[in-house]
Design a protein around this ligand. Structure first.
Ligand SMILES: Nc1ncnc2c1ncn2[C@@H]1O[C@H](COP(=O)(O)OP(=O)(O)O)[C@@H](O)[C@H]1O
Ligand SMILES: [Mg+2]
Length: 222
């Protein structure tokens, strides 16, 4: 489903991914681990088609993801529906005036009818138990609530692949437990998951394999 072939990437000439090779199969759960600055977030940005390899290739369902490919409007729309991204900081993700609008934004972009959009928004609000937040402005919510709203906004897109950047960081214990259960439910539903984390022990039960990035920005699949 996802294949990296000899991928290299640098910021202003400073390498952050060196000759990275891995594959992720459909319904696999993959942890991305490594010390701070190793390149975990960079790798996830690439999986989401926000940056592109400078050398080598990233293939999604056999299609090479390049800047030119992502300029094809129909393809990039489809691609962003397929691959969902939970940013480390939900503030980077939430930009609408209310929770309801936030949840409707993705499916509206997909061109669904207003009835379908409504159904998806209601389903997501109820699944995450955040109906009472529907009129709230995202910036007024607590950290845990923001995370749920960000997850709900991905859920309304119903992607095949879910990518999470350090999902457990900055959550209280109750929210962490909730999130771990949510990750298990996604796995049970056959979704493909890529989760960057400092705390591999916490998600070990879920994980099929680990993509480990070292301080020299090389990857080992364990
Ligand atoms: N937009 C950027 N511009 C320049 N350097 C960056 C940028 N984003 C990340 N970096 C650098 O790239 C390296 C890898 O960062 P990142 O992918 O965020 O690592 P991780 O998520 O594993 O902590 C770090 O040295 C970081 O400072
Ligand atoms: Mg990071």
């Amino acid at each position: 489903m996802i294949r990296f072939e000899d991928v290299c990437y640098a910021y202003d000439g400073v390498p952050v991914l060196r000759h990275v090779d891995f594959i992720v199969k459909k319904s696999e759960v993959v942890a991305i681990t490594g010390p701070n600055g190793a390149g975990k977030s960079t790798l996830l940005r690439m999986v989401n088609g926000l940056i592109y390899p400078e050398l080598g290739g990233y293939f999604y369902e056999g299609e090479k993801i390049t800047a030119a490919k992502m300029r094809e409007h129909r393809y990039s729309k489809w691609f962003h529906q397929q691959v969902g991204y939970l940013w480390q900081n939900p503030d980077s993700q939430l930009f609408c005036g209310s929770v309801e609008e936030e949840l409707a934004f993705g499916p509206e972009q997909m061109g669904l009818t207003s009835r379908e959009v409504h159904t998806r928004v209601e389903d997501a609000l109820s699944l995450l138990g955040i109906e009472k937040l529907r009129k709230r402005a995202p910036f007024t919510l607590s950290g845990g609530e923001k995370k749920k709203v960000a997850i709900a906004s991905v859920l309304t897109m119903n992607p095949s692949v879910w990518t999470f950047d350090e999902p457990l960081s900055s959550l209280d214990e109750e929210s962490r437990k909730w999130l771990l259960e949510f990750l298990m439910a996604l796995k049970a539903a056959g979704k493909t998951l890529m989760i960057s984390t400092h705390e591999i022990e916490r998600i070990k039960g879920l994980v099929d394999k680990e993509i480990r990035i070292n301080t020299r920005h090389q990857v080992q699949v364990v």
